[in-house]
Design a protein around this ligand. Structure first.
Ligand code: DOR
Length: 425
């Protein structure tokens, strides 16, 4: 294995130092290191963070390999500074059996660009009727700990209760897509002034808030772990704030797009802005940003949702919801939070790694620690060109926007997956 000497790099925003990577781990940290056999990476002006960890990625394999594969999504992740991603279960076939989660896990190992941790479905076929084989997925080679019907809400309260009870045996987590289905029938965008003006059916904030309120009570009753996917409203933040104050075992994520873009984007009728939950208002964004800073929201998760051209470049009503996220998340975080490196490391690496139980990830560079890290040039600015993304899909809402920050290198267990801003393989 090649050794790497990263010189004069700021580790999580601290004064510049050198990092020596050898045999997959951080061998030494300190100024003026020498290692004649090592490949030198000039870290001047760069910031090193523990490799980013995404709790919410759609890799589309098996089933929609035209939109993304485990390998293409893994490459996009590495280019975005990630060393681990949790792959959502809404594939085709659905990841509701040990066989499918093991397949995804193996494909991730073969691609070897990030660690791919499969998420298992809560219910068979995401149909919300019967529990999937949660125990078999937990016992499989993929060692599933997070279960989610993401894309669909586990709407039946009895089923949600049973799922929370079941995963308690192995300290698992139910990650809920909070959307009361009766309140969102036919919904196309956030319900508010803009939807009224455009004449599109609205997705009211209460459809999310009502499910979160119910689920924190269920999680409290059962004493189990709940994770709330893509929180998007100010009201949800208040429900979570109260639940956390009572000691409920709940964690929550927010996406980059819900931190930056408002429902006014729908005025373009460009389906690239169609997403579930929908883009909300400026007041919601302010509440989400405050919750991210004070810890009511634990994590930034991408909800990277690649879609084929025919599923996005069509009429708004027929377009699938979702947008790309892996290759732009760090830039959006930098734009929204500023160079708050410790907060960025906390929300995008340490906390998601801890929630998912991914040992060796989310640990700051220090002697003996697995060398899972990313190097960022905070001074660089780049203009997003969809055709240049590594994802197989092109549905980025940031096309032609100029964003701060660039990922220069990413290391997975001491091996570079990205160098000089380019994928190594
Ligand atoms: O916008 C979304 N797209 N939200 C989801 O919950 C699912 C995702 C997808 O799978 O495309």
């Amino acid at each position: 294995m090649t050794a790497y000497l990263i010189t004069s790099v700021s580790v999580v925003g601290a004064a510049p130092t050198d990092l020596l990577i050898r045999d997959g781990v951080i061998a030494e940290v300190g100024p003026g290191l020498t290692a004649p056999d090592a490949t030198v990476v000039d870290g001047t002006g760069l910031v090193a963070l523990p490799g980013l960890v995404d709790l919410h990625t759609h890799l589309r394999e098996p089933g929609r390999e035209d939109a993304e594969t485990v390998e293409s999504g893994s490459r996009a992740a590495a280019l975005g500074g990630y060393t681990a991603v949790c792959a959502m279960a809404n594939t085709s076939p659905v990841a509701d059996t040990a066989g499918v989660v093991e397949q995804v896990w193996r494909l991730g190992r073969e691609a070897a660009l990030v660690d791919v941790q499969p998420i298992g479905a809560v219910t068979v076929g995401l149909a919300g009727e019967r529990l999937a084989e949660l125990g078999a997925m937990a016992d499989s080679a993929a060692r599933v700990r997070i279960f989610s019907d993401d894309g669909h809400c586990v709407a039946d309260p009895k089923l949600m209760r049973r799922a929370l009870e079941y995963v308690k045996a192995f300290d698992g987590i139910i990650a809920q897509h909070a959307e009361e289905p009766r309140l969102t029938e036919g919904a196309q965008m956030h319900e508010g002034e803009v939807s009224t003006r455009l004449g599109l059916i609205g997705w009211p904030a209460v459809a999310e808030e009502a499910i979160i309120a119910r689920d924190v009570l269920l999680a409290e009753h059962v004493g189990s772990r709940l994770h709330v996917c893509h929180v998007s409203t100010a009201g949800s933040v208040e429900v979570l704030r109260q639940a956390k104050a009572r000691g409920v075992r709940v964690t929550a994520e927010v996406t980059p797009h819900h931190l930056l873009l408002t429902d006014e984007r729908a005025e373009t009728y460009d389906p690239v802005y169609k997403v579930n939950p929908p883009l909300r208002t400026a007041a919601d964004i302010a509440a989400l940003r405050a919750a991210l800073a004070d810890g009511v929201i634990d994590v930034i998760a991408t909800d990277h949702a690649p879609h084929a051209v025919e599923d996005k470049e069509c009429e708004w009503a027929y377009a699938r919801p979702g947008m790309l996220g892996l290759e732009t998340a760090l830039s959006i975080a930098l734009d929204v939070l500023g160079p708050e490196w410790d907060l960025i490391a906390e929300r995008m690496s340490r906390t998601p790694a801890r929630i998912a139980g991914l040992t060796g990830h989310g640990v700051d560079p220090a002697p003996g620690v697995p060398a899972n890290l990313t190097l960022i040039d905070p001074a660089a600015r780049r203009t997003i060109e969809p055709a240049e993304l590594a994802s197989r899909s092109r549905n980025t809402p940031y096309a032609r926007m100029t964003l701060p920050g660039r990922i220069v290198a990413t290391f997975l267990r001491g091996e570079p997956t990205v160098l000089d801003g380019k994928a190594v393989k």
